[in-house]
Design a protein around this ligand. Structure first.
Ligand code: UDX
Length: 411
């Protein structure tokens, strides 16, 4: 998120200095090599190399810029809450440099933090360690990101909206200037509302998916195509068609983390997250339906070879965090099945988690099994010949419908 934002800001003519503690990453960025895979990112690093520098020197970065975005990670803790120690750590570092800096500077929190964090934790830390006053001596804002993995550059450059929560008018003016090239609405609000908009958006999108999966499970019983139902529902402008693709549920680094974080916060506040907890419950059960459908055709999986197409949490990424393939594999192993798996990008990551399963060199090889499960909708899976196979599809791969036996999870 940090590097994508930096590279995109550079594209609009800003001079960007990226700060990281990882020397390897710094060197790569300074050589216009992207340390992560994101479509279009390396092109930007190369094309705007004169506008982008990376360093581990906070003082150099802050003294030579007007705005600092905090983009550090906020990883999950064991109780589902988030660890904001990196946010605190960099806030203190920024404050110590602001202490000596004469010019006005704007600090913007971009990391996903529980509502109230910027106002109640970042602001007091900045004032304490800089000895200065927010609003008067420096500015503070919260500007959440809504980037999807794999298409983060595109999402950054063509957002539906930009949300800025600000403390003072000057901060607002500066961010209006920074985002002046964007034609989408710039939604201005308070620091805490900006934080909540991020959480509420992700929780709502996950709710849409779990909702359509529940309806999809009903549809399956009634022999109704849940995709037709979603198409029909989606024509209502109040509902919209996006994020109504039923299947084996949502994974990734954001939805699971954000939903759990809000639940963890609500527990501490003695609030009950009734809807969000149900959204997770539906999502936890959804991948297991794939196995139930498989057992309709192969009741005893012990010693059977089951092919698994797709390990990444969604196509076009190697990210396996909270991938729905994980509970599927766990259950197949429990039932004594032999697993042959293939994913165009995520096998290396998956092997660290499950070294005991067989990783195939091609998708075709997976077809050499008693039945095939589809867990991620990769483009290349469309070209396979499923005719002779039993296929249980968790992602609505239309091309697999011609299999000898075909079952869709919600259709
Ligand atoms: C998400 C949000 O979309 C993004 O705005 C936020 O900033 C980060 O989290 P990401 O996790 O990259 O982005 O993936 P996304 O494309 O939203 O998909 C999330 C999961 O939902 C995937 O597992 C995907 O397969 C699943 N999904 C998505 C569905 O099952 N059905 C849908 O209709 C859409």
């Amino acid at each position: 998120m940090g590097l994508v934002s930096g590279a995109c800001f550079a594209k609009f003519g800003n001079n960007v200095i990226c700060v990281d503690i990882d020397k390897g990453k710094i060197e790569k960025i300074n050589n216009s090599i992207s340390p992560i895979y994101e479509d279009g990112l390396e092109n930007l690093l190369l094309k705007y190399k004169d506008n982008i520098k990376a360093t581990d020197d906070y003082s150099y970065a802050i003294n030579n810029t007007e705005i600092t975005f905090i983009c550090v990670g906020t990883p999950s803790e064991s109780d589902g809450g988030i660890d904001i120690s990196y946010v605190k750590e960099v806030t203190i570092k920024i404050a110590e440099i602001l202490k000596e800096k004469n010019d006005w500077h704007l600090v913007v929190v971009k990391s996903t933090v529980i509502p109230g964090t910027t106002r109640d934790i970042v602001l007091p830390l900045l004032e304490k360690h800089s000895g200065k006053n927010v609003g008067k001596d420096f500015g503070l804002a919260m500007n959440p990101e809504f980037l999807r993995e794999g298409i983060a550059v595109e999402d950054f450059l063509r957002p539906d909206r930009i949300v800025i929560g600000t403390y003072s008018d000057k901060s607002k003016e500066i961010l209006r200037g920074l985002y002046k090239n964007f034609s989408c609405p710039l939604f201005e609000t308070s620091l805490s509302a900006a934080e909540m908009i991020k959480y509420a958006s992700n929780c709502f999108l996950a709710t849409k998916i779990s909702f359509i999966n529940e309806i999809g499970n009903f549809c399956k019983k009634l022999d109704i195509d849940s995709y037709e139902v979603a198409d029909g529902m989606g024509l209502d402008n109040r509902i919209g068609r996006a994020f109504l693709d039923s299947g084996i549920g949502w994974g990734g680094s954001c939805f699971p983390k954000d939903l759990h974080a809000l639940i963890s916060w609500s527990k501490k506040e003695k609030e009950e997250a009734k809807i969000i907890e149900s959204v997770i419950r539906v999502n936890d059960l959804q991948p297991l339906i794939l196995i139930e459908l498989l057992k309709k055709h192969i009741p005893n999986l012990n010693g059977k070879t089951i092919g698994l197409l797709g390990l990444a949490f969604k196509p076009d990424t190697d990210d396996i965090r909270e991938s729905r393939a994980i509970p599927i594999i766990r259950k197949l192993l429990e039932d004594g099945a032999e697993i042959k798996a293939y994913d165009p990008k995520a096998m290396e990551n998956f092997e660290k988690l499950y070294p005991q399963i067989e990783y195939c060199t091609s998708a075709e090889e997976v077809l050499n099994s008693d039945a095939v499960l589809i867990a991620t909708k990769w483009e290349e899976f469309k070209k396979l010949d499923y005719k002779e196979k039993i296929v249980i599809d968790g992602r609505r791969l239309k091309e697999a419908e011609f299999a000898k036996i075909y079952e869709g999870v919600c259709w």
